[in-house]
Design a protein around this ligand. Sequence first.
Ligand code: PBG
Length: 334
Amino acid sequence: MTRTRDALFSARSRPRRNRRSEAIRSLCRETTVSPAALVYPLFLHADKEDCPIEAMPGQTRWSPNGLLRCVEQVREQDINSIVLFPRIDDALKTRKAEESFNEEGLIPNTIRRLKQKWPDLTICTDVALDPYSSDGHDGLVSDDGAILNDETIAVLCRQALAQARAGADIIAPSDMMDGRVGAIRQTLDENGFQDVAILSYTAKYASAFYGPFRGALDSAPRSGDKKTYQMDPANSREALRELELDELEGADILMVKPAGAYLDIIRRFRDHTTLPVAAYQVSGEYLMVKAAAESGWLNEKAIALETLTAIRRAGADIIFTYFAPQVKGWLAEA
Ligand code: PBG
């Protein structure tokens, strides 16, 4: 191309034509957010009372009955996928986390009640030991404080099986032990649960953004941190190594967590896999928006929709977000 033609071309090219009106903008829009792509995380405990979670304004630790009422309302907001996180009584927490695979425990009982009422509800379950462990770690802890990989996997498989038996649709291991996806897949298949999917927390970073969540479940590590199993926030190539392993081990959906500060990782996942990619907009990300909105410094709806759009634009098909039930109303107003 000659210099003159270049100049002529750039003069004729006016990107603003495609931004002239909301109708034209919506015609040209590359990315959308809709409730169909969202998963709503829910907290529950065995108590009869529903407790607001202080560090997560608008979120509640539900009683079993309260949870059912909440799911009813959430479905009216077109949210049909949920993930359950239990707050387990301290008396049931042990070093070996046996309560995690109790088939009469809080999570299996709740899954059965939910499925009885709404057979088409998509229920994801968290596989990790931290809510059940007196050590507060996702894996079993040895006497000298190490996280035991293979011993943990044996427990995770029992936990996943108890959840599948109760009716879970998607098993989501968030523990970051090596090899757990393959072991859980094998356990599910051997027990007739070929159709139960695995959503792996593939690249789960050792992040300070989980703070409010650990408070909500009282699941913070009693000593040490999670850096020997969760990923170093400085690493990106390592996320692809985890991706390759999870694909080989039979994961159905791959997740990046947290989301907002890891958009580059979401994009790399999108470019490296044909599987659906999920991203978890975690408690700290939610809290930052809520806190700024409550003080009047930011517009909650605008910021929340912008962050969700950015996560989708980066390449996420599915988003786990505490904003999920608000999205339908926001889109209707927009
Ligand atoms: C633990 C688990 C965590 C979250 C989901 N599952 C916390 C952690 O790894 O310490 C965090 C979710 C959030 O912050 O919203 N298995």
